[in-house]
Ligand binder design. Structure first.
Ligand SMILES: Cc1cc2nc3c(=O)[nH]c(=O)nc-3n(C[C@H](O)[C@H](O)[C@H](O)COP(=O)(O)O)c2cc1C
Length: 362
């Protein structure tokens, strides 16, 4: 139905007079709506349905965040955030005698929730717990000044049963990193090799290769190291066709995509609405690393746009069984490029257009 309406709209817009009237009307409305915040507020009233989905997603995410605090989960986002803060405190120059006083007890309590599990609870991310353990242990070793809050947290930490670790998952000196050996020229060549590929060979993609590429993607920066995204990988041909047909941007080529990935952001990673854009930033950074890694494995990819468009949102949400706080960020086609398939030249902007040094107003 939506696709039919879109086709009709396209046909209408191909008529110059219709396009001109449409543009004139748009320009008129936006001249008012886009001139002030009051105008924008008035404009958003009739557009409420679209904006409301995102608003609801943010609020539902915050609500779920608080509900989850004492729940046993695979990954504990609030623990991740606080352990990240501890690591920053540990590496700070100069390091303070006693830091994290305002959240150390809470962090150990989160840690306790994470490790105190019942048999029916979801399988824990062991790497996360080791990271939390080793950083907390390092913190309590470093903080030697007597402090009632820290001492209480330390006593709680010591009282917990810990899984054995080698104690190495904690801040370390940059000088101990072994250089990768990747040169600028190699990376530049890889960036030119990657093109948005839409035509693929009829050849399945090994799941191990997807995992290998994701192992690169997840190394990307992420606000407070939360990694607030999930990669839903479809390689069942029927499912790929079903999900791949939903977005507009895959029209005409979705039928021959070997593996389709839906990148989903989780707004239950945040207690504050100020962080509502971070799922998009973090997932985009991870996806870029993922796509470069695919190239090194002989695979190609193309991002497929996910517009914030209510009818498509509804279909996708129903198809994937999404919770209200789960937002689709993008889709990605992955496969072996058909060497006879064309790729767009896609000229990039000149550096002098993209970049300005020290661009202060005054
Ligand atoms: C957010 C985003 C959305 C995109 N949406 C689509 C899409 O819906 N369909 C498509 O065929 N390509 C899509 N692309 C691919 C772009 O068209 C492509 O990246 C751009 O033209 C530059 O070409 P290149 O990737 O080969 O450098 C998208 C890319 C991004 C980053």
């Amino acid at each position: 139905m939506i696709k039919k309406l879109k086709r009709i709209a396209k046909q209408l817009l191909a008529i110059p007079a219709v396009r001109k009237s449409y543009e004139t009307a748009n320009r008129g409305v936006l001249a008012v709506a886009g001139s002030s915040r009051l105008g924008a507020t008035l404009y958003s009233l009739p557009g409420f349905v679209t904006f409301n989905r995102e608003q609801f997603a943010v609020l539902s995410g915050r609500r779920t965040y608080y509900e989850n605090l004492r729940r046993s989960r695979t990954s504990h986002v609030e623990l991740r955030r606080n352990v990240h803060r501890l690591e920053k405190g540990i590496l700070m120059r100069p390091r303070r005698d006693a830091f994290a006083r305002d959240y150390i007890l809470e962090t150990v309590e989160f840690y306790r929730t994470a490790v105190s599990r019942r048999p029916q609870d979801p399988v824990l991310d062991a790497s996360e717990i080791q990271w939390a353990h080793d950083v907390l242990a390092e913190y309590f070793e470093i903080i030697t000044v007597p402090d009632p809050v820290v001492d209480r947290a330390r006593a709680l930490f010591v009282s917990l049963a810990h899984t054995p670790t080698d104690g190495t998952v904690k801040p370390y000196e940059h000088g101990s990193i072994t250089p990768s050996g990747v040169t600028y020229d190699q990376l530049l060549a890889l960036s030119h090799q990657r093109r948005s590929v839409r035509w693929f060979l009829d050849k399945p993609v090994d799941r191990d290769l997807i995992d290998k590429a994701l192992a690169v993607g997840r190394q990307s920066p992420s606000a407070c190291n939360r990694l607030p995204y999930e990669y839903l990988v479809f390689d069942d041909p029927e499912m790929v066709k079903k999900v791949g047909a939903i977005p507009f941007g895959s029209a005409g080529y979705s039928h021959q995509i070997p593996t389709l990935i839906v990148v989903k952001g989780r707004l239950d990673s945040y207690f504050s609405p100020r962080d509502r854009h971070v799922i998009y930033i973090d997932a985009a950074l991870a996806s870029m690393g993922f796509m470069y890694a695919l190239e090194t494995l002989g695979l190609s990819s193309s991002v497929i746009n996910w517009p914030d468009f209510e009818p498509l949102e509804r279909t996708m949400s129903k198809t994937l069984g999404l919770a209200p706080h789960e937002r689709i960020i993008m889709l990605m086609a992955v496969g072996y490029a058909d060497p006879t398939g064309m790729v767009a030249y896609s000229q990039k902007k000149d550096l002098d257009v993209l970049r300005r040094f020290n661009p202060l107003d005054s």
